[in-house]
Design a protein around this ligand. Structure first.
Ligand code: AMP
Ligand code: MN
Ligand code: MN
Ligand code: MN
Length: 264
């Protein structure tokens, strides 16, 4: 069975609507998909409807940001969207995301590049990621293109970089579990740790109730897929596959405004 359990829409930092990305996944032969926007499940109804009309299955999903000395993303699947504790948790996650964005904007302002919050639009559900800021910087003429804005100002090592922080991955796993969901370590290949530290982290998360690892990730080498598959097997975890699709090019979230983002 073909599937893609890691897809973004314009409910976070993807370019397309849930209906559009799911149609693309179906055209690419997927029978099962999961819309996994960053720290939100606001697009899930639309994703379910689109999947149903195409005769495929959308698994309820989200990608939860966490931090263990480095950025760690946990994919959440099959959780209850009406669970009140999980809803409060997601609300807090959204708040932390906005607080980080505010810090970045304050730093950019100090560097003479003010970005008014009204420029961060095109994010339907107000979940702001660094790409939204990068695109605003291009529109305001501070940088020539998306990747220059990301590299020079927003990624690690840049003067106005604000490190990720947030909850421990164990907390994310616990919250997902308490809402009846399964948790999967997103893109382990991208975690910025050496292989010894990465193995230790994955063991720690497995002990905390992690259910799976996204061993098959876009552009991963065969060797890395094998490495993560074997580690998963040894820890009793399942493996998943995801493309982490945002858009074809880097110019993500460049589409016309939907709702303006309001930073609070
Ligand atoms: P944030 O959630 O605010 O930390 O923003 C992270 C998002 O930025 C990721 O989900 C990617 O969509 C994008 N991103 C991170 N690193 C890069 C990179 N090196 N090049 C392009 N996009 C990136
Ligand atoms: Mn993203
Ligand atoms: Mn991620
Ligand atoms: Mn992702």
């Amino acid at each position: 069975m073909r599937g893609d359990l890691h897809i973004h829409s314009y409910y976070s930092d993807g370019l397309y609507s849930p209906a559009e990305v799911i149609k693309r996944a179906a055209e690419a032969g997927c029978e099962v998909v999961s819309l996994t926007d960053h720290d939100t499940f606001d697009g899930v109804d639309e994703a379910n409807e689109a999947a149903k009309s195409l005769g495929i299955k959308n698994v309820t999903g989200a990608e939860i940001s966490s931090y263990a000395g480095t950025k760690v993303h946990i994919l959440a699947y099959g959780f209850s969207r009406t669970d009140s504790r999980f809803n409060s948790f997601i609300k807090e996650q959204k708040k932390r995301r906005r607080e980080r964005a505010e810090k970045i904007l304050a730093k950019l302002s100090d560097y003479g590049m003010p970005v008014p919050p009204s420029e961060l639009g095109s994010c339907v559900s107000r979940e702001i990621s660094r790409p939204h800021i990068a695109l605003a910087m291009v529109r305001l003429g501070y940088e020539k293109d998306f990747m220059s804005a990301m590299k020079k100002w927003l990624l690690r090592g840049a003067p106005t970089y604000v490190p990720a922080s947030g909850i421990e991955p164990e907390v994310a796993i616990q919250e997902i579990r308490s809402a009846g969901g399964l948790s999967v370590l997103a893109h382990p290949v991208r975690i910025e740790l050496d292989s010894y530290e990465k193995t230790a982290l994955i063991k720690r998360l497995a002990a905390a109730g992690l259910n799976g690892i996204e061993a098959v990730y876009k552009r991963s080498s065969r060797a890395s897929v094998k490495w993560f598959r074997e580690l998963a097997r040894s820890l009793g975890l399942f493996v998943t596959a995801g493309a982490d699709f945002h858009a074809e090019r880097n110019e993500i979230i460049a589409r016309p405004q939907n709702n303006p983002v309001v930073l609070l």
